[in-house]
Design a protein around this ligand. Structure first.
Ligand SMILES: Cc1cc2nc3c(=O)[nH]c(=O)nc-3n(C[C@H](O)[C@H](O)[C@H](O)COP(=O)(O)OP(=O)(O)OC[C@H]3O[C@@H](n4cnc5c(N)ncnc54)[C@H](O)[C@@H]3O)c2cc1C
Length: 409
């Protein structure tokens, strides 16, 4: 789009995991004649170096649930990322210095895998490389949106190059730190966990055999997620007080500390990659839908990563939102209508509530050093280790299967 003032039916602001996924779900709306603009301040070309990529697709790795794999398969994206996705066949949950331990196995759940781990840049490549601009899709990147306001017809966006874009429906998928929702009077509630996630990759002297480990250590929860043959993606939650000291440690000292926390179930850790840190908070926006407006992904809710549910939930949100928008488009209805958007939120609200509650509860239960909580934790883990039904329910949640499926297309 090269004109100074343009109009589209749907604008997706942000091409991170949320925005890039949603574009794929909206293929039926495009086929029904709607035009879509996808805007991101980062270039979306994969030839650029790492630092230029949208932040969703940085050096982290993401746990995809089994339910997410099924959705990506239906979208036709799974095949391109499957060679880089490592299956999780077994999960061991344990508590440092205590007896409790539980294991989950894919074969007990009659499924091929409990989930998958994929490096974010591979996921980004899969989501973005197939998106080519066309009459119905206008990719505006790198372009930053400076100002947004709601109008009688929808929304109006002013871009950094001075262009104005008007849209019938604005989907804000601009992440958890964007100042733009506040321009519309939408506030965020923020609950800080007083902790940060240290994310890195390690190499171990033992193949992972598709085991993932969730360990509740005296430093905080640690996840070891299988990647390549003998490599794991590590998410280590550290309190704000200790994170700087830990980051200052030399690799060999840090490896020793990590080894002491995880034990030798992963073999001896022989090398560690780049370290990235992310402050941990539960952030929720005060509103998710208004007439002509939806907040999606981290812009709507940003979760503690211990349960690895942020993107999985966002993908289900996007699937259900698209189901309502595609239907409206095919029936010639207004896609910005409050009725359509509220129907989406109503359908997804239980899933959002349950997933957010579980992601908030886990770090509180497993971060607590209080003896009573530790006892309950032991009891919980032991009963789960003993009870197939509890394990199955936990696995269904972790696999992203305890939710109503959206209709794609
Ligand atoms: C340490 C960590 C581990 C995680 N692990 C998992 C996991 O294992 N499984 C899981 O399901 N989830 C996980 N998550 C959550 C997952 O990473 C997030 O759900 C996901 O990144 C959210 O993506 P998003 O598209 O909503 O936001 P973002 O990634 O923040 O994307 C927002 C996009 O909007 C663009 N943008 C912002 N403002 C503007 C503007 N004004 N103009 C133009 N463009 C703009 C940005 O450039 C960016 O590309 C993890 C999160 C963390 C922090």
């Amino acid at each position: 789009m090269s004109t100074d003032n343009s109009k589209v039916d749907i604008t997706i602001l942000g091409a991170g995991m949320a925005g890039a996924s949603l574009v794929h779900f909206l293929a039926p709306a495009r086929a029904a004649g709607l035009s879509i603009a996808l805007i991101d301040r980062q270039p979306l070309s994969w030839d650029k170096d790492d630092s230029d990529r949208p932040p969703s697709f940085d050096g982290r790795a993401t746990a995809l649930s089994w339910g997410t794999r099924q959705i990506l398969e239906e979208l036709g994206i799974w095949n391109s990322i499957a060679p880089y996705a490592c299956s999780i066949d077994h999960i061991q949950v344990s508590d440092e210095g205590r007896f409790g331990q539980a294991q989950l196995h894919a074969n007990e759940q009659n499924t091929e895998a409990l989930g998958y781990i994929i490096e974010n840049h591979r996921l980004g490549h899969g989501l973005l490389s197939g998106l080519s601009a066309s009459d119905s899709l206008h990719v505006m990147a790198p372009n930053s949106v400076e100002t947004v306001r709601m109008t009688a017809e929808g929304a109006e966006l002013i871009l950094d190059d001075g262009r104005t874009l008007t849209t019938t429906l604005l989907i804000m998928a601009d992440g958890g730190r964007s100042p733009l929702p506040r321009q519309l009077g939408i506030e965020q509630s923020r609950k800080d966990y007083g902790a940060q996630a240290l994310v890195t990759q390690v190499k171990c002297e033992k193949p992972h055999d598709h085991w993932a480990y969730e360990r509740f250590s005296s430093d905080g929860p640690i996840a070891f997620l299988p990647l390549n043959k003998d490599e794991y993606a590590v998410v280590w939650t550290l309190s704000d007080d200790e994170v700087d000291d830990v980051l200052a440690l030399a690799d060999d000292v840090l490896i020793e500390r990590l080894q002491a926390r995880i034990g030798y179930r992963v073999g001896k850790i022989s090398a560690m990659g780049e370290r990235l840190t992310y402050p941990l908070a539960l952030v929720k926006s005060s509103e998710q839908v208004r007439r002509s407006l939806v907040l999606l992904g981290n812009a709507a809710h940003s979760l503690h990563p211990v349960a690895g549910q942020g993107f999985n939930l966002t993908l289900r949100d996007a699937a259900v939102l698209a189901e309502h928008l595609n239907r409206a488009a095919m029936q010639g209805q207004d896609v910005g209508s409050l009725e359509v958007l509220e129907a989406y939120l109503q359908q997804q609200s239980a899933d959002q509530r349950n997933t957010i509650a579980a992601s908030d509860l886990l770090p509180r239960i497993f971060g607590s050093k209080a003896p009573a909580v530790a006892f309950l934790r032991d009891a919980g883990l032991l009963s789960m280790a003993a009870a197939p039904v509890a394990r199955r329910l936990f696995a269904r949640h972790a696999m992203g299967l305890g939710h109503t499926a959206a209709k794609l297309g």
